[in-house]
Design a protein around this ligand. Structure first.
Ligand code: HEM
Length: 481
């Protein structure tokens, strides 16, 4: 039955009738993006669920996404903070979770004017290229031994060090060794715990008890992450004291200035939280995009052949792919867009909180304190917006003026408005560079006996949507290399 919230004196959007106490919690299931998309078809693309004691409004249409992210961005851009990140005072210093005031603005400014400017990104291009050369070498070695390549795993390790070279100008982990696997485990652990349906979030009185152990596990992961950053910061301070480095990179700048725009000190805790933000938000999102793209290409041999043909035609084999080539590879760009449409790495975006009551279309109201989630996964598969929405057809983007900079609300894999992903310029370079290099140097095949249609595309839900069964594929060095 459809519940109208008007009857209770509220003008919240409609939704299924909640059960006593638990409300609609059982409706979420283990793949909330899919359950919500299904319910939104029955009720409304602007729908309210009562989850325990928390009213959550789910948005599943570009029109309503625009209403939230553009028209009402000022009052709707605070975060609703899950218990899983209320650990080690992380949420009090994290760019991802801070409310959109001074402290958050300072951190965004550092990203925009220092870390992800075109100039800074260009200046670290060759450091990143070396990492991609190592990736190609690693895949070559696997191929010569007849071993399958775990695509997500190698993409994750490479991404980690691509980010690390951009931020620290050194590697954070040993590329394909134990430390990289440990880091992957920690990052995925944090994202999984933060994405879990946590009773402490919906029944605040339970929070202290941590009934599912989520805060406990999350604390463990964050502690380890902070230790890794502490080790790197200490190492750098040590070598600076010894006079053995004169890098003058981004880390040095942060260590030297240590003062934020408002005059408050950028202390060690703030530094560690900043790095946690960048590495957690940037690594799994980027590497899972590469993994989903390869899976779709392996499932669609026609598209695989076409994208490789473009790379060979434009770049050939005699030189390596450069970040500067991306602009000349429109079909590759369309492949990446199509991957982000079908498999947006952050399917429900990050939760927002209404800081004041807002009137929206059709006479509805979002009362102060409501949680808001935008289902970009559902928008990307809406048959009224996309023809054959379940099919992987990069061509749909070739003649369409749609980018992912947050202006086209039918396609917002990086979000939109003031909280749009600050790492977009780096993510753009990393995803295209890794994919193009892997496609230029190798022909990719499924393991013996496996047909494209057999490929397991099952998803595992967390803050990021990853492949439930890691993609393993055979790389065969391209003949002309
Ligand atoms: C394909 C890769 C990526 C995707 C699809 C992605 C997507 C997103 C999305 C949807 C949001 C939420 C935006 C909102 O709430 O409006 C976000 C936030 C964020 N992303 Fe990304 N991201 C990616 C890569 C990166 C990278 C490489 C970095 C950094 C190196 C990064 C850093 C962040 C941070 C710090 C936030 C929080 C911003 C805030 O709350 O103010 N992301 N990202």
């Amino acid at each position: 039955t459809k519940r109208s919230w008007r009857s209770r004196g509220q003008r919240l959007p409609p939704g299924p009738t909640p059960l006593p106490v638990v409300g609609n919690l059982f409706e979420l299931g283990d793949k909330p993006h899919r359950s919500i998309a299904r319910l939104a078809k029955v009720y409304s693309p602007f729908m309210t669920l009562r989850l325990g004691q928390v009213n959550t409004v789910f948005v599943s249409s570009p029109q309503m996404a625009r209403e939230i992210l553009q028209k009402n961005d000022a009052v709707l851009s605070s975060r609703w903070i899950p218990e899983a990140v209320r650990v080690l005072a992380f949420n009090e210093a994290s760019m991802v979770w801070l409310p959109p005031y001074q402290r958050w603005r300072n951190l965004r400014r550092i990203c925009k004017t220092e870390l992800f400017t075109t100039q800074r990104l260009d200046s670290y291009r060759s450091l990143r290229r070396q990492k991609v050369q190592e990736l190609v070498q690693y895949i070559s070695d696997s191929a010569s031994k007849g071993l399958l390549v775990d695509v997500g795993r190698v993409a994750f390790s490479t991404t980690l060090n691509l980010i690390s070279r951009t931020v620290f100008s050194i590697d954070l982990v040993d590329l394909y060794g134990e430390s990289s696997q440990e880091f992957k485990h920690v990052v995925e652990g944090i994202l999984e715990e933060a994405g879990r349906t946590n009773l402490s979030d919906y029944f605040p009185l339970l929070a202290k008890l941590d009934p599912q152990g989520i805060r406990h596990r999350s604390t463990k992961y964050f502690k380890r992450l902070h230790e890794i950053f502490d080790e790197n910061i200490e190492r750098r301070l040590h070598s600076k004291r010894d006079g053995t480095t004169a890098r003058n990179d981004f880390l040095d700048e942060l260590l030297e200035h240590q003062v934020q725009g408002d005059g408050t000190k950028f202390d060690r805790h703030a530094l560690k939280c900043f790095f946690s933000d960048i590495f957690v938000a940037g690594s799994d999102t980027t590497s899972s995009t590469v993994e989903w793209a390869m899976a779709e290409l392996l499932r669609n041999p026609r598209v695989m052949a076409k994208v490789r043909e473009e790379i060979v035609r434009v770049i050939g084999f005699s030189r390596e792919v450069e970040e500067a080539d991306i602009g000349s590879l429109p079909y590759l760009q369309a492949v990446v867009k199509e991957t982000l449409r079908l498999h947006p790495p952050v399917p429900l975006m990050l939760p927002r909180l209404a800081e004041a009551t807002v009137e929206v279309q059709h006479g509805y109201e979002i009362p102060k304190g409501t949680r808001l989630l935008i289902n970009i996964w559902a928008i990307g598969r809406d048959s009224s917006l996309w023809t054959e929405p379940e099919e992987f057809l990069p061509e749909r983007f070739l003649n369409k003026e749609v980018d992912f900079k947050g202006r086209h609300f039918e396609f917002i894999p990086f979000g939109s408005g003031r909280r749009i992903c600050p790492g977009l310029p780096l993510a753009y370079r990393m995803v295209h560079l890794m994919l193009a290099s892997m496609l230029q140097r190798f022909e990719w095949r499924l393991p013996e006996g496996k047909e494209p249609r057999d490929l397991d595309m099952e998803e595992k839900f967390g803050v990021t949507l990853i492949m439930a069964s890691p993609l393993k594929a055979m790389a065969v060095p391209t003949k002309c290399c």
